[in-house]
Design a protein around this ligand. Structure first.
Ligand SMILES: Nc1nc2c(ncn2[C@@H]2O[C@H](COP(=O)(O)OP(=O)(O)OP(=O)(O)O)[C@@H](O)[C@H]2O)c(=O)[nH]1
Length: 331
């Protein structure tokens, strides 16, 4: 029986993975792709942001990142997909921005049932051209720098995304920098994940021999590269928000704490349903239509360092008098 090809899509927080997945799910390429999604933070925002079609299957595995919530969860999802294998012909796993791609990739070699049915086609790493430089400078090993560097080092293909936010000379500089971390992977420049899918899917680029030659303990290595100081704070507000007050709150927060805020996103209950997306000091609000019959609820996740949950809860709740704010955090 032909093995089902699997692409592992990785990349740091906000690098553009979901944007690329949406491009893949909506492009007219003739492939039927099952997507396995995972995100960091305990309110599943991406679930609502990924565009799906009837023939696609989306599985969620929430909580921490896929690399540490375990291989058993991933194996169970893969087994359930096997029972529906006539519905798709390849699999794409989007790891969380906090994930180390290696434990995910190892799954396709260490579990007999999985390795008999699936073949790892490639590890594809997205890189945020606007922020990767400062991320790489941060901390070694367990810091953000080590995490980003690890994702780049193990890539079979690198998508240098968000090139619309940098200049040509900066792109050349970034290429050289990526080359110094990974000498062999092809680097594909992109804006909003608009890449030729033939460059990403069915490329047969993962080579176990090469990986093990570079890292002899790769198959046994259970260490994860995580920055333990990054945490996630989730807020849920049960009343409509005032947009002007919210933007004022956010602008002030980013001016003061933008370096520490690696990622924030949410679904906001303004007059209309609105999606918030942000990375460091950049954010965008996108209209997502009427609320419909469901009562309006705002959900916001912030991922960063030194986040004062009580203060965030207190200040954002002032964006609407009487809003009931609840919050929780994970690290
Ligand atoms: N300017 C610009 N923005 C982009 C590009 N690609 C994605 N974005 C924006 O960057 C933000 C993050 O994009 P996502 O696709 O959600 O990133 P992600 O890697 O899935 O993020 P995580 O959920 O943190 O893992 C969104 O606001 C996107 O619209 C790009 O090429 N250029």
């Amino acid at each position: 029986m032909t093995k089902i090809p699997v692409t592992v899509l990785t990349g740091f927080l906000g690098s553009g993975k979901t944007t690329l997945v949406n491009h893949i799910l909506t492009a007219n390429h003739g492939h039927r792709i099952a997507v396995i999604e995972n995100e960091f933070g305990d309110i599943p925002i991406d679930n609502a942001l990924v565009l799906g079609g009837d023939e696609k299957i989306i599985e969620m595995s929430n909580g921490c990142c896929l690399c540490c919530t375990a291989r058993t969860d991933l194996i169970e999802i893969l087994q359930s997909l096997l029972r529906r294998r006539e519905r798709f012909d390849r699999i794409l796993i989007e790891t969380s921005g906090m994930a180390d791609p290696n434990p995910v990739a190892q799954t396709f070699f260490v579990d007999d049932e999985v390795s008999a049915a699936f073949a790892l086609d490639a590890i594809v790493t997205l890189v945020d051209a606007r922020h990767v430089g400062s991320h790489l400078e941060e901390g070694e090993h367990d810091g953000v720098g080590g995490q980003v560097s690890n994702q780049i080092a193990f890539a079979d293909r690198i998508v240098l995304n968000k090139i619309d936010l940098v200049t040509e000379p900066e792109i050349e500089e970034l290429r050289a920098r990526l080359r110094s971390v990974n000498a062999t992977a092809d680097i594909i420049p992109s804006s909003y994940g608009d890449v030729d899918l033939d460059d990403l899917l069915g490329i047969n680029a993962f080579d176990l021999n090469r990986t093990v030659a570079a890292d002899p303990d790769w198959l046994e290595d259970e260490s994860h590269h995580h920055d333990p100081t990054l945490e996630s704070v989730s807020l849920e507000l049960g009343c409509p928000l005032d947009r002007a007050a919210f933007e004022q709150w956010l602008t002030a927060l980013l001016a003061e704490r933008g370096d520490d805020l690696y990622r924030f996103k949410g679904i906001l209950a303004f007059d209309r349903r609105t999606v918030l997306q942000g990375v460091h000091r950049m954010y965008e609000l996108t209209d997502a239509g009427e609320w419909g019959a469901a009562p309006p609820v705002s959900k916001l996740v912030l991922i960063g360092r030194n986040l004062d949950r009580a203060e965030l809860t207190d200040t954002v709740s002032r964006c609407h008098a009487g809003a009931a704010v609840t919050s929780s955090s994970t690290s």
